[in-house]
Design a protein around this ligand. Sequence first.
Ligand code: AMP
Length: 473
Amino acid sequence: MHEKCGVVGVALEDRPAARPIYYALYALQHRGQESAGIVTHDGFQQHGHVEMGLVGEAFDEGDIADLAGQVGIGHVRYPTAGSVDSACAQPFSVSFKSGSLGLSHNGNLVNTDVLRSELADLGHAFTSDGDTEVIAHDLARNLLEEDLVEAVETTMGRIHGSYALTIAHDDRVLGVRDPEGNRPLVLGRLEDGYVLASESAAIDTLGGELVRDVRPGEAIVLDPDGTDYTAHQLVERERTGHCFFEWVYFARPDSIIDDRLVYDVRRDLGRALYEESGVESDVVMPVPDSGRAFASGYAEAADEAEFAEGLMKNRYVGRTFIMPTQDEREQAVRLKLNPISNTIDGKDVTIIDDSIVRGTTSTQLVELLRDAGAESVHVRIGAPPIVAPCYLGIDMASREELIAADRSVDEIRETIGADSLAYLSVDAVADAIGFDRDDLCLGCVTGEYPYEIAGEATDRDLDLPDRHVADAD
Ligand code: AMP
């Protein structure tokens, strides 16, 4: 299961948490459109509401009013082809001997099977095949003997993979980021409380200020009365494995992730793209919306080329990946983008996008631009070719579906029908993000991951968790 999601956690001094969580989920809607959910705690009991659909569809006024309590967590879940399933909607919640537990997870564990079967042998019953439930059961088990932070530390010693979590254990909310820091998680301060969220844009939406990123391997516990928090560095690694694709595609441009404003990174990526493989043309145009910041950086570096919006986006069409079949995906590109003929007719056109996954979008766009009268179509991509799947939470298609998995750049150019095609180098990506390339997860573009994944190569000496539940007793 590939879950690319958004998580939130809130503790307030003197007002219900449900509404700010609801707003924060709205701000994170781009991270997941399949389901939305909120779990709160009022000091006595837990309340929850989880539903399929967009945030605006999942809650009405009554639902928000019923979610009593000044602390809570929220979740939006990304749609994945074929697995539109309410059993996987989150937050996951469970009541057990030492209290109630709610869990929101962004990321993907890569040792779930081992853990699930170990826990099942110990008598734990599972209701879904998701990895979040495995984390919840493991935590619930530890909480019988340990306090919250110790229990989280023990679980972190067993799970391997990517996770940014917000957890509600009774009236305590905490945020946890995996030791590689693969998925983003930030801490923000509100006038009357604290908030944890996948992206800083959610904090802005609540009128708060960004305190800092939750550090890789760190847990941050919010005081139930919203007045303070405590930080616990539970696992330390020499190197991080931040997902580069968050900056390239997934996160909002107005979010700051690990100290870098996503918009700035994308503009720098665009500039680097021109420096590495600029081509002379009459107009430079973005593939909206994801290519916009890249194209403005590229056009600025190109100097004399005109920057034009030549493709109009129908903003009511969701991300193309919501379409489960190839036919539907192809139709969706035409539904989503329509060319403005005047800016294209008789011109040499360069289009800029952030990435090519299956090649559907670029193939359709090249055809669309030629139909609109383009003399030539040059495609520039602000990331390296995606050659391998993502196991850490981004729905990136399987190897067989990835257009770059077994083709050279020139073969891809031919397949998509462009006059020229160039991608950005891995080093330029690392430079623009501002991290050493060894501190990024580049698995989908190098085929080497900062995690142990069956059948795949790794790019480092791994500090693997002790995955035997029995040993930890
Ligand atoms: P494709 O048409 O399969 O080549 O996908 C590339 C297009 O989808 C680009 O315009 C990207 O902006 C966008 N994209 C890239 N990665 C993803 C993803 N994981 N989920 C949804 N859309 C994506």
